[in-house]
Design a protein around this ligand. Structure first.
Ligand SMILES: NC(=O)c1ccc[n+]([C@@H]2O[C@H](COP(=O)([O-])OP(=O)(O)OC[C@H]3O[C@@H](n4cnc5c(N)ncnc54)[C@H](OP(=O)(O)O)[C@@H]3O)[C@@H](O)[C@H]2O)c1
Length: 305
């Protein structure tokens, strides 16, 4: 019997979720597009990896039907908002159509379903947001994630949706940067950076997101859950704190407004989450941004996975 099937295992969240599930003794089907990029030491007969392109409906149907996982945590997505704006068809195929393939297969197998979603379902006019607030995406990525949320909620399955915000964490197995590494690398190279100071987010340590997602799944708590950090910060404030943490000179940083950048996808201005429901009902307790800095950029012996 397989307790969990995970999509997007090679991604940032997957790199925290797979070892967390493993530590807790679960039998896990980790899946990802293409070959496994996670450390080989994480896998044995209880935690296995399979390549699975979720846009291949037949492959999804066959896989879920064959292994019949008790719960699917669906984390795979095209996650870069600008990529979604440039390639809306590709974005829709992964973020919406493939989610429908997974829901269809989960229905036949009787699997419970946890979908990982985003603060970008909101318009950013009145954050921080509660689970009950009305979505209104301002870009194609947000629209695709909201469409997938609606498919999940209409599926008739035992479903939950975990929304999160600006995820960061140390990820030795992938090249992906985050705001902390971006600041560190630019300041270390003596490069000037312009950082937005009129957007607000509640940045989330990937370890907290993994724990929070599992809390939702283990408690069979249905419905929507906001799982993020607790500190509401602008990217500029995050950058200043990062420079300070590293003892680096922040004079290379200039504070700018979001409208000084021309990016393909518009960003919601003020998001971030109110996480009282998860704290109260699940005992969810995220680290502070300073602790997150330490876990991400601090000494490797800190156990900051
Ligand atoms: N990161 C954030 O700041 C953030 C914020 C809010 C919400 N979220 C949500 O959280 C979830 C996890 O995000 P993340 O940060 O872990 O994202 P990520 O690092 O970009 O990982 C997403 C994974 O999805 C996989 N994927 C894409 N297309 C696929 C396909 N056709 N078949 C199978 N796998 C496919 C990618 O595989 P490849 O690596 O092979 O391309 C990638 O490993 C996503 O649903 C995202 O929308 C993330």
């Amino acid at each position: 019997m397989w307790d969990f099937m995970i999509t997007g295992s090679n991604g940032l969240l997957g790199g925290f979720l797979i070892p967390h599930l493993r530590e807790r003794g679960y039998r896990v089907l980790a899946t990802g597009r293409g070959p496994c990029r996670l450390p080989a030491g994480w896998f044995d007969d209880r935690v296995v990896y399979h390549s699975l392109d979720i846009t291949d409906g037949k492959a999804v149907w066959d896989f879920v039907g064959r292994y019949r996982p008790v719960r699917i945590i669906h984390a795979a997505a095209i996650t870069q908002a600008d990529d979604c704006e440039r390639d809306p068809i590709g974005c829709w195929s992964v973020n919406v159509t493939a989610t429908r393939f997974l829901l269809h297969a989960a229905s036949a197998a009787g699997a419970a379903f946890t979908y990982v979603s985003t603060d970008f379902v909101f318009d950013g006019e009145s954050g921080p947001y509660l689970e009950s607030d009305l979505p209104g995406p301002v870009n194609f990525y947000g629209s695709s994630k909201l469409a997938a949320e609606r498919a999940v909620a209409a599926s008739g399955l035992a479903w939950s949706i975990v929304r999160t915000v600006l995820v960061y964490g140390r990820s030795d197995h992938q090249a992906r940067s985050n705001i902390m590494t971006w600041v560190r690398d630019n300041l270390a190279a003596g490069r000037k950076i312009r950082v937005v100071d009129d957007q607000v987010r509640t940045p989330t340590w990937a370890g907290d997101l993994a724990r929070g997602t599992l809390l939702v799944a283990e408690s069979n708590a249905g419905g929507i859950w906001h799982i993020s950090g607790a500190d509401a910060l602008t990217p500029y404030e995050m950058a200043v704190r990062t420079a300070r943490f590293l003892g680096m000179d922040d004079s290379l940083m200039t504070r700018v407004t979001a409208d000084s950048f021309t990016q393909p996808a518009r960003r919601p201005l003020r998001t971030g989450f109110i996480i009282d429901k998860a704290r109260r009902d699940l005992g969810y307790q995220p680290v502070s941004f300073e602790e997150g800095l330490w876990l991400t950029l601090g000494d490797r012996s800190s156990g900051g996975q």
